[in-house]
Design a protein around this ligand. Structure first.
Ligand code: NI
Length: 176
């Protein structure tokens, strides 16, 4: 079911999410279905459970050919539960991000270029990947949601934060 997406300012988005204790339950699958429906309805690259008001450590992401990120690398569709991130090296890179909870805007955010992430799929199977570039960026953005961090809180130069229409005039950017 498509759920309303909480927007920046809602206190739930600033909370630390609780870990999932039981996998493969009807409740977890229902949550994942709602997240998936909501993300797809908004053409999002990812979504975290707190964005639909559920303060659990559950994120999903995936980028095929997404009109929001026309030049972006593709990212495999992934459900990631109770994630743990480990940066590889100190190198960071800046890149544009948007968020379903900050609709109509974009900002330049520094992220680790490379990292290892671990967690679980909906059935409790372990996930362990080493990724870089846009995949690494998306994982960092989504897991930040579970710590109560929204991307504008990481922007270094607020001149590189603004409305899509002003930043990218004439470009077709699907609103999240
Ligand atoms: Ni977001």
């Amino acid at each position: 079911m498509i759920k309303p997406v909480l927007r920046m300012g809602d206190p739930i988005l600033f909370k630390r999410a609780e870990p999932v204790m039981q996998f493969d339950t009807p409740e977890l699958h229902a949550l994942l279905q709602d997240m998936d429906d909501t993300m797809r309805s908004k053409n999002g690259a990812g979504i975290a459970a707190p964005q639909i008001g559920v303060s659990l450590q559950v994120v999903m992401f995936g980028v095929g050919a997404n009109p929001r990120y026309p030049d972006a690398e593709q990212v495999p569709y992934t459900v990631l539960i109770n994630p743990a991130l480990e940066p590889i090296g100190a190198e960071m890179e800046e890149g544009w991000e948007g968020c379903l909870s900050v609709p109509g805007m974009r900002g330049v955010v520094p992220r680790y270029s490379q990292l290892r992430y671990r967690g679980f799929d909906p059935f409790g199977n372990a996930i362990d990947r080493t990724v870089s570039g846009f995949h690494a960026r998306v994982v960092q953005h989504e897991t930040d949601h579970l710590s109560g961090i929204l991307y504008p809180m990481r922007i270094r130069d607020l001149r590189q934060f603004g409305f899509n229409e002003e930043l990218f005039p004439g470009q077709q950017i699907v609103d999240e």
